[in-house]
Design a protein around this ligand. Structure first.
Ligand SMILES: Cc1ncc(COP(=O)(O)O)c(C=O)c1O
Length: 465
């Protein structure tokens, strides 16, 4: 055992309880080490086990599945698999089927769009959201604007990038209880990895808000227990939880919240009756009304396989491993300094593992304290086979605050005649005048090991002047 690994274990003794994940990686994720890959983009996507793919392949090769919702044998077989997967997702999140329903979507963004386009926003109503939401949550504001609802953003405060709760309390108090009001926030920010309090859900409910809890970045390494926490809408993507299949996500929704939604159209599969001559349609109940057309019935069974995979490991175990490796990364990255005394990195978000997840967003600085372009960092990391992510991670609110890009600068940029309709990312960079327009993010997950984080720390050390 190397000295540094011993030092790590001395600081994080609970890591030894997670060694089962090293065995699993050696047996079921062999390609990671065979290919010499240092995968550090778990907030981007999880990595699948080979056994997940094999089980799914076997299922497809040994059975005959047809389009669901008919009464022929191949259709019944497909329907059974879809319904079994639906029940297993609800069970995984401890969501009582009498209370919660589950709608399969293409991804978390698809789930968010379903809420956005159907939520009964209107004049006097509000859409309240934190600055650090993903763009697919930000995008709901366009539906709110179009229907005349007020849109309010709650900022997050540097350096931790948490919300000042008094501001949130004040905003909650502004709800007119006679109107429909939606409050949206990420259980874990995909920029700063801040884990906002789940207690907000009931506090917002008590003041007349429906609550959308974006669990896309949270669910892969944290337990979300819907018997304890009762958000109205929970979007997520399965590939972020267990890597496979991509192209499937879900909206977990309280049944009573679903009845408030007003779908703007109907489609194949969503109605009980639709008439051409009568110009009338009747939406089906519950999830059926929200699943447009034919479901991805051949891939949905892989969701159940993925969930069983996670359950066999235990989400608490995954959580603990992520916590230990995140702590080690934080403790070792933050003190790195050039010989000039200039810190190598500026981290955007909490500096301890308290109420934060396993993603670190940062920028690197040279010996003179000038920011190194995040694209150059990615190029360098690529040479070492390290998969990290750069940019603003579809989280412009957090990015603007972290990078010090002001409302005024943005207004000046967006109002230039040439930028009325189109703005490329390069134009945007010029506009904000040399300021950094993005950051570097590394994120750990299910089968990250000590060597992976050491590889990144070694890479960072190589940037020291
Ligand atoms: C917090 C959060 N919400 C929503 C999304 C959107 O997920 P998808 O791209 O799978 O629709 C992401 C993706 O990174 C995310 O991190």
């Amino acid at each position: 055992m190397s000295d540094v690994y011993s030092e790590f274990l001395a600081k994080y003794p609970s890591y030894t309880t997670t060694v089962k994940l090293d065995d699993l990686r050696a047996a079921d994720y062999t390609r990671l080490d065979h290919k010499g890959q240092v995968y550090l983009d778990y907030t981007g996507a999880g990595i699948y086990a080979e056994s997940q793919v094999n089980k799914h392949r076997q299922l497809l090769l040994e059975n005959v599945y047809g389009n669901p919702h008919s009464s022929n044998p191949s259709s019944i077989a497909a329907t059974q698999l879809v319904e079994s997967a639906r029940a297993s997702v609800l069970a995984y999140f401890n969501a009582a089927p009498e209370e919660y329903d589950l709608i399969f979507t293409a991804n978390a963004s698809g789930a968010l769009k379903l809420v956005g386009e159907s939520y009964p926003f209107g004049p006097g109503g509000q859409y309240l959201l934190t600055f650090d939401n993903h763009n697919s949550v930000n995008g709901i504001r366009e539906f709110a604007h179009a229907k005349g609802a007020r849109v309010t953003y709650i900022p997050v405060a540097l350096p931790d990038m948490r919300v000042v709760e008094t501001q949130l309390e004040e905003a909650w108090e502004q709800a007119d209880p006679k109107m429909r009001n939606l409050f949206a926030y990420p259980a874990q920010s995909n920029f700063s990895a801040v884990q906002h309090p789940l207690e907000w859900i009931e506090r917002a409910h008590a003041r007349g808000w429906d609550v959308l809890l974006d669990a896309a970045a949270f669910a892969p390494s944290n337990r979300l227990d819907l018997a304890v926490w009762k958000p109205d809408f929970v979007p997520l993507s399965f590939y972020k939880m267990f890597g496979y299949p991509s192209g499937l996500g879900a909206l977990l929704a309280r049944r009573q919240a679903l009845t408030k939604l007003q779908r703007p159209w109907f489609a194949g599969g969503t109605i009980t009756v639709a008439s051409v001559q009568g110009d009338k349609y009747y939406l089906a109940d519950g999830h059926t009304a929200f699943e447009d057309g034919t479901l991805d019935y051949l891939n949905i069974p892989a969701v159940e396989i993925g969930l069983k995979h996670i359950e066999a490991i235990g989400i608490e175990l995954i959580h603990e491993r992520v916590r230990c490796l995140t702590g080690w990364l934080l403790e070792n990255l933050i003190p790195m300094q050039h010989s000039s005394g200039v810190p190598l990195v500026r981290l955007y978000g909490p500096t301890t593992t308290e109420k934060r997840g396993g993603a670190l967003s940062m920028n690197f600085f040279n010996t003179r304290g000038q920011a190194i372009d995040h694209r150059a960092i990615e190029d360098e990391a690529n040479k070492s086979n390290i998969s990290l992510r750069t940019g603003c991670f579809c989280n412009p609110g957090a990015g603007e605050l972290a990078l010090g890009i002001s409302r005024l600068e943005l207004a000046v940029c967006f109002s230039q005649p040439l930028h009325e309709q189109r703005l490329s990312i390069d134009d945007f960079r010029l506009c904000i005048d040399g300021k950094s327009s993005g950051a570097v993010r590394v994120s750990v997950g299910l089968v990250t090991n000590f060597d992976d984080v050491q590889a990144f720390l070694g890479f960072a050390r190589g940037l020291l002047g």
